[in-house]
Design a protein around this ligand. Structure first.
Ligand SMILES: *Cc1c(COP(=O)(O)O)cnc(C)c1O
Length: 353
């Protein structure tokens, strides 16, 4: 007799960073933006609350209003844009849509840990490609047969940006694979691969409102690519669950795109705090590469990462520690406000290890 337990799909889920219940914490562990979203977002939500049919009627499955706002923000035609409930949703849909072959999907050994989870869930063969000693991606490692390629640029949790020239070379060597660049952090001073979309029909660029637009709680992500890729994504999405973006989400996202100046200023403030943080942390003896994101990936020659993580937590300062090969003596520290970062520096100034 078959047991129903034998038919359960067994997966090891992704482990997100802690969301502590206390409010009086310095939360530098999940790369959230410390500043509020553009004021237009709150305004739009207040207006939407008065709208008839907001709750009663189904949303537009295409989220056309948001797609058009994105198209105009990025100077791209709407057929080149796909939206989803956070970039996690967009990425999961992309795995399901594009990585359907027998050859292995390639991604770095140190990267966003959700990739391995989706590969497992969708039973996609994959290979983790080791980053070099300095945590840089070696482009030559991707010049071989594969069933697809994905990596974040800048990479997470290292914060390291690879050049657009390297990405283009990877694209040139892989005309038969879909190459996904996960640009969750691109707005903090990195260069987007979106400008290559015209020339490569196999390139998908994925971005999110969670970090640079301070909207992790709203859940909006999007992909940019040629219409053939976008069309394939839509076909899979509409075969799975069409109405994922609520009317409120669509309104909030559209409103956020109205204020380009606020978006730029907020990202710029975070970049300034980051530059100062890099300097301060180096003064405390930490070793780190220059980050192009809203987080720093640091190691210390004397203070073991796990102990420092625990000692910080005891003082209600939350950072991220990954108990994984190669990076288990590193901490990932989100760039908060200057005030939040000062609390970290004050702690470190009195830290004896
Ligand atoms: C935060 C993050 C995401 C997911 O962001 P959401 O849009 O909130 O789902 C995807 N990829 C990387 C590398 C991230 O750091």
């Amino acid at each position: 007799m078959q047991n129903w337990r034998d038919n359960i799909r067994r997966v090891t889920p992704y482990t997100p960073g802690e969301q502590p219940a206390e409010t009086d914490v310095v939360k530098l562990n999940t790369n959230e933006n410390p500043y509020p979203p553009a004021p237009e977002v709150e305004e739009a939500l207040r207006e939407a609350a008065c709208e008839t049919g907001l709750l009663r009627r189904y949303p537009d499955p295409e989220a056309q209003e948001l797609v058009e706002a994105l198209a105009s923000f990025y100077g791209m035609s709407p057929e080149r844009i796909f939206v989803g409930v956070g970039s996690d949703d967009v990425l999961a849909m992309s795995f399901l849509t594009f990585f359907n072959g027998d050859r292995p999907l390639l991604f770095p050994d140190i990267t966003y840990s959700f990739y391995e989870v989706w590969a497992g869930l969708f039973q996609i063969p994959f290979e983790k490609v080791p980053l070099d000693e300095g945590f840089h991606l070696r482009k030559e490692d991707y010049f071989r047969e594969n069933g697809g390629i994905i990596f974040p640029n800048p990479n997470a949790p290292t914060g390291i940006e690879e050049s657009l020239e390297d990405i283009e070379e990877i694209l040139q060597h892989n005309p038969s694979s879909v190459v996904i660049i996960d640009e969750a952090y691109v707005d903090f001073g990195a260069r987007s691969a979106a400008e290559l979309i015209d020339r490569y029909d196999n390139l998908l660029v994925v971005q999110t409102f969670s970090k640079s637009r301070s909207m992790a709680g709203v859940r909006i992500g999007f992909a940019m690519g040629q219409p053939e890729l976008i069309g394939a994504l839509k076909a899979v999405k509409y075969s799975f669950n069409s109405y994922t973006m609520s009317r409120l989400t669509i309104k909030a996202g559209t409103a956020a795109l109205k204020n380009r100046a606020y978006f730029r200023e907020t990202a710029e403030k975070i970049c300034q705090t980051r530059e100062l943080a890099q300097k301060r942390l180096r003064e405390f003896g930490f070793i780190l590469e220059d980050s192009r994101t809203n987080f720093l990936f640091v190691t210390h020659p004397v203070w073991p990462a796990r102990k420092l993580y625990e000692d910080l937590k005891r003082e209600h300062i939350y950072v991220r520690f990954f108990p994984q090969p190669r990076i288990d003596n590193y901490l990932r520290i989100t760039v908060g406000t200057d005030e939040e970062m000062s609390k970290l520096y004050d702690f470190l100034a009195g830290y004896k290890g």
